[in-house]
Design a protein around this ligand. Sequence first.
Ligand SMILES: *Cc1c(COP(=O)(O)O)cnc(C)c1O
Length: 376
Amino acid sequence: MTPIRMVDLQGQYLKIKSEVDGEIQKVIDQTAFVNGPAVKEFQTDLERYLDVKHVIPCANGTDALQCAMMALDLRPGDEVITTSFTFIATAEVIALLGLTPVVVDIFPDTFCINPEAIERAITPKTKAIVPVHLFGQCADMEAILKIAKAHNLYVIEDNAQAIGATYTFSDGTTRKAGVMGDIGCTSFFPSKNLGCFGDGGAIFTNDDALAEMLRCVVNHGMKARYYHDYVGVNSRLDSIQAAVLKIKLKHLDEYNQARRAAAKRYNEGFAGCDKLKTPVTGTFTDHVFHQYTLITKDIDRNDLQEYLQSKNIPAMIYYPVPLHQQKAYLDPRYKKGDFPVSEALCQSVISLPMHTELDEEQQSFIIRSVLEFVEK
Ligand SMILES: *Cc1c(COP(=O)(O)O)cnc(C)c1O
């Protein structure tokens, strides 16, 4: 059995090595390292894949979120509602821009933000909602968009974990994750479902004026060369990363399918074990399993992680601390117990290896090992 990794980027690379190496060499030969043809090509391919008018490539997913908030002209004191259970970047940029993060709880089964909790958190200062499509499935966008419309709020989707997922509205229309709100943001960090060989990110919008503003923000606030109309940032996608992404985008559906197949094998392996709750997918979304996350009951999750480690099976805790209990984000408005769903999940979740290269032998071993611990 090949060693088990949380994410197997090497195995994935070897299958597309000659193609990727060729495209990288092409960038080197062109010496068009920044904003070369590969960036534009990838941008167009991704626009087509997502069925969105504008993709604005940038340097990473955190920048994507920050630039989205800058382009919407959110100002210090404005409140931005987001989830208590996410990677820190979502809240970090809100805080960095001097905006006020307003935290709300999630659904206990899908880990995604609870629209009723959003509605309760709205004040006259609220300007935007940032739903996170966590672990690979879409938040309840129909409900969120309805609330946003009723209260005149922007919606910025954090789609760093669910690129390629599809949302189905109640009238049957479907949209890709990240292109339903005013702006969508994603990350091409190597371990994401569409990952490059370094850092990368992108911003999506169907709004022409917003797209123009976003292109300006990521490029030093510059419209005409060396005329700076706004204070912007420097956030670019390298041509080499774009070249890698262009090839991997062609495989994204197949990669996500491999993740779904792996999740199905895990689900079957853990079926009937009452101490483990396998992932639940919302009725309105499919799942691209950025993570495969179990909720444990009546067992010590940290001991399970240690036990698996002793068998060379990596497992991770996403996330051990909810946003309102992170040291840097402590806020007198919030106390322990305010977001009981997130707090309980932080104590009980464990994520198993999930990637495109998991084979049945590895998964059988992981399943057997988890059950050994749970049933002992
Ligand atoms: C990875 C991630 C980000 C940030 O992406 P980077 O490219 O690492 O900056 C933001 N939000 C979520 C939910 C993420 O998982």
